[in-house]
Design a protein around this ligand. Structure first.
Ligand code: ADP
Ligand code: ADP
Ligand code: ZN
Length: 217
């Protein structure tokens, strides 16, 4: 099963992806995680990405597409994959189509998590991430059992430097200008399925699972 998760920053893509990849045993491919890892290691890719990520801007297509292409060719993607946060521009979507065609594969579902813009600022500024395993929490909406400690691995939680009110504004503008047009792209291919992302985390997960199991059209 080859799946794309779409939706604005803070819609719940990462949270749902963590759960869906466990259920379906496919790799979770997050371009945001890939950039953050490269940035923390200070690699040439990380240094380049940092110029954009720190400002809340999208990283240029040629850099982003290269990373995804390489990742999709790895063996563990043979049984399927979940792309979280890619594609985010029309040219990324076109590149993905051609990567899929070269591999004689196709996208099965593009799931759009629908959340009203006014909820996103609170979701993003309260988000916390585990330093060790990358699990996502929220100080109010999905708090860890012990403050600032990951339930899964006891790692320390941190706040992303782009999860500030100032950067969130730029990121949402980038989403509206460059990523939202992709919804029509996938709608016209009959691949787009919309899920209400404002419901409880568990409810959203079970609604996605139903779609992926073919119980909902
Ligand atoms: P994205 O990957 O789309 O940017 P995340 O999955 O990181 O979004 O979620 C953003 C924040 O909102 C996180 O702090 C997460 O814990 C919280 N969150 C995710 N889904 C929900 C939900 N259904 N209800 C309330 N809070 C949520
Ligand atoms: P969120 O889901 O909260 O927007 P991500 O972790 O997916 O955050 O992305 C963080 C940042 O990484 C983005 O603001 C952008 O700078 C960069 N990024 C991630 N995915 C892409 C992409 N497909 N194209 C360009 N830049 C990206
Ligand atoms: Zn952890």
């Amino acid at each position: 099963m080859n799946i794309i998760f779409m939706g604005p920053p803070g819609a719940g893509k990462g949270t749902q992806a963590e759960r869906i990849v466990m259920e379906f045993e496919i790799p979770h491919i997050s371009t945001g995680d890939a950039f953050r890892l490269a940035m923390s290691q200070g690699t040439p890719l990380g240094l380049k990405a940092k110029e954009y990520v720190d400002q809340g801007l999208l990283v240029p297509d040629e850099i982003t597409i290269g990373i995804v292409k390489e990742r999709l060719q790895q063996e563990d993607c043979g049984k399927g994959f979940l792309l979280d946060g890619f594609p985010r521009t029309i040219s990324q979507a076109e590149a993905l189509d051609s990567i899929m065609a070269d591999m004689e594969r196709k996208i099965d579902y593009a799931i759009n998590l629908v959340v009203d813009r006014k909820l996103l600022l609170d979701r993003l500024t309260g988000r916390r991430i585990c330093k060790k395993c990358g699990a996502t929490y929220h100080v109010l909406f999905n708090p860890p059992k012990a403050e600032n400690i990951c339930d899964k691995c006891s790692g320390e939680l941190y706040q992303r430097s782009d999860d500030t009110a100032e950067k969130v504004g730029t990121r949402l503008d980038e989403y509206i200008n460059k990523t939202a047009p992709l919804l029509d792209y996938y709608r016209s291919k009959n691949l787009l399925l919309e899920v209400n992302g404002e419901e409880e985390i568990d409810t959203v997960t079970s609604n996605i699972v139903k779609i992926l199991r073919g119980q909902v059209q």
